[in-house]
Write a protein that binds this ligand. Structure first.
Ligand code: NCD
Length: 354
């Protein structure tokens, strides 16, 4: 792995290694406190963030390295109309590794094609968020001791919730994982995740609009925020924003060892009356996010893996307005062919084109 753009960039073995390194860092932080001495990380966030940016920065500082950062698009030259590729090239000339977040789908992939330093995708629009998944996987490993034989409920905004897309991708590689997809009709899991991940691997899943009905079956309930910033229609957001609330009373329906997860920030999806329940793991996920990001930075800064060139089809254009290709100048549109059904997916945002 040279970059971390999507969970699929990581083999199962690489993921296991990251988890065991993170667990070791957690036990012996001193051993790692100078590992990145003389190295620098740039965090480039063109979208709001508290946890992710701070945990990247804290991770690098705890490895003895330095950090420079861009915290929004207003204070950087992006506001002057600079392209993503140019902005990233500038940062890459100062640092050894870059963690970036951008509102357009595929922006991190584009950045990784523009520079030689490793790029970590810290969230690209509603597409994916692989480092949140690493924090989630470390938490599941600690709490459940396994990734197979799990019934995993994912609840809320499954359409725009990028953490859900990446988590499904990661868990789909283990045995006997069943997904219970709980969302309003309007916010169901995108077809590309359902087809390319769940159906392609013949995994079991159910879709429902009722949290209460399925709660008793679950080993994990992963709640998500309705992603206000991705809605074109504000009235629709207002109508859907309070679709689900998990609280102490509802958790009486759940198994005694069903853990409650949330990438945070929460709005109304989890009542604070659940925070003292030992099954509530959302603040553990935050803590684990730092350790797994330390392991990831170490792996990427000192890794020497070359990426295999991929084959792309370049005879058409992506028409997804949320894709980075809709705004970046001079970009070459690229597609991946699904050999099974003959359809094409944009290499950046994964939207399907005929
Ligand atoms: C998530 C994100 O940015 O996608 N937050 C995070 O990184 N922990 C979830 C969210 O914003 O709802």
């Amino acid at each position: 792995m040279k970059n971390l753009i999507d969970v699929i960039d990581l083999s199962v073995k690489e993921l296991d290694d990251l988890i065991s390194t993170a667990e070791d860092i957690k036990k012996n932080p001193k051993k790692y406190s100078k590992k990145c001495k003389g190295k620098q990380l740039a965090t480039m966030f063109f979208e709001p963030s508290t946890r992710t940016r701070l945990s990247f920065e804290s991770a690098m500082l705890s490895l003895g390295g330095g950090v420079i950062s861009v915290t929004d698009s207003v204070s950087s030259s992006v506001s002057k109309g600079e392209s993503v590729a140019d902005t990233i090239k500038v940062a890459a000339s100062f640092v050894d590794i870059i963690a970036m977040r951008h509102p357009k789908e595929g922006a991190a992939l584009l950045a990784s094609e523009s520079v030689k330093v490793p790029i970590i995708n810290a969230g690209d629009g509603g597409h994916c968020h692989p480092t949140q998944t690493l924090a989630d996987m470390l938490t599941i490993h600690e709490e459940k001791g396994r990734f197979d034989n799990l019934i995993v409920g994912l609840c809320g905004d499954l359409k725009y919730g990028r953490t859900v897309h990446s988590l499904i991708n990661a868990l789909s590689r283990y045995e006997n994982v069943k997904f219970v997809l709980i969302s309003p009709e309007e916010l169901k899991l995108p077809e590309y995740v359902k087809n390319e991940v769940i159906n392609a691997k013949n995994l079991e899943y159910v879709e429902t609009t009722s949290l209460e009905e399925v709660l008793p079956d679950l080993d994990i309930i992963y709640m998500t925020r309705i992603q206000q910033e991705r809605f074109d229609n504000k009235e629709e957001y207002e109508r859907l924003k309070d679709s689900f609330e998990l609280n102490a009373k509802k958790m009486l329906l759940a198994k005694e060892d069903c853990i409650v997860m949330h990438p945070l920030p929460r709005v109304n999806e989890i009542n604070t009356d659940l925070d003292d329940d030992p099954r509530a793991c959302y603040f553990k996920q935050v803590e684990n996010g730092k350790f797994i990001r330390m392991a990831l930075i170490l792996g990427l800064v000192f890794g020497h893996t070359k990426e295999e060139p991929k084959e792309y089809i370049m005879d058409r254009k992506c028409n997804n307005p949320r894709c980075i290709t809709s705004v970046e100048r001079g970009i070459k549109h690229k597609f991946i062919k699904n050999e099974l059904d003959g359809t094409f997916r944009c290499a950046y945002c994964e939207a399907k084109q005929d």
